[in-house]
Design a protein around this ligand. Structure first.
Ligand SMILES: [Zn+2]
Length: 194
């Protein structure tokens, strides 16, 4: 089955963001879609046009995200999250964004694309590196190389603590991970890839 056919089945032949049935096309989600259906989404020409030309963004069109953001499909969640972020000066978009819960890996994926669009201060070419200069990726396991006082959580994460299944953040100097059951931001330079 082609990617297009898979997406037509998944969506019921509708735009996966606004449910329009007109002029549907497969959109491979940047920055590095593997071109499978899992990393693509079916869009109408209106959604596609506004995603590809953010300066033409018409916030009124995107109230559709109120429904589509509740999808179980990660690719659709990613695009909903990115579009809401692009409009977060709108109160309603900000409200939806606060309700939209993404799994860590989906959130990292969503944010990877936002960094590419250049609206952040981060350099897109900057990868997250550990203390040895090894590239860190979402899902990696790392070890702390020094004791870190966790502000606000009242404990010290000891040197040698293993943090599994990390997530990247929009800042390449920081990762997120769970220590003592608490999700915290860790400085990449104090970590060693396991
Ligand atoms: Zn659409």
């Amino acid at each position: 089955m082609t990617v297009e056919q898979t997406l037509l089945d998944r969506s019921g032949a509708k735009c996966e963001l606004c449910t329009s049935t007109d002029n549907l096309a497969v959109y491979k989600i940047p920055p590095n879609s593997d071109e499978t259906a899992d990393q693509s989404i079916l869009l109408c020409d209106i959604c596609l046009g506004q995603i590809e030309n953010p300066e033409t963004l018409d916030a009124n069109h995107w109230h559709c995200l109120n429904d589509s953001m509740w999808t179980p499909v990660p690719a659709v969640q990613v695009m909903a999250y990115r579009q809401l972020n692009a409009m977060k000066t709108e109160g309603w978009a900000q409200d939806l964004l606060e309700m939209l819960y993404l799994e860590d890996d989906v959130k990292s994926w969503a944010e990877a694309g936002m960094a590419e669009s250049g609206d952040g201060i981060d350099n897109i070419d900057e990868t997250t590196l550990d203390s040895n200069g090894a590239t860190l990726n979402a899902g990696d396991t790392v070890t702390l190389i020094k004791d870190l006082v966790v502000k606000g959580a009242n404990f010290t994460a000891k040197r040698g603590t293993v943090v599994k299944n990390i997530s990247l953040t929009s800042n390449p100097k920081h990762i997120e991970g769970r220590v003592n059951g608490t999700r915290i931001v860790l400085v990449s330079a104090f970590l060693k890839k396991a």
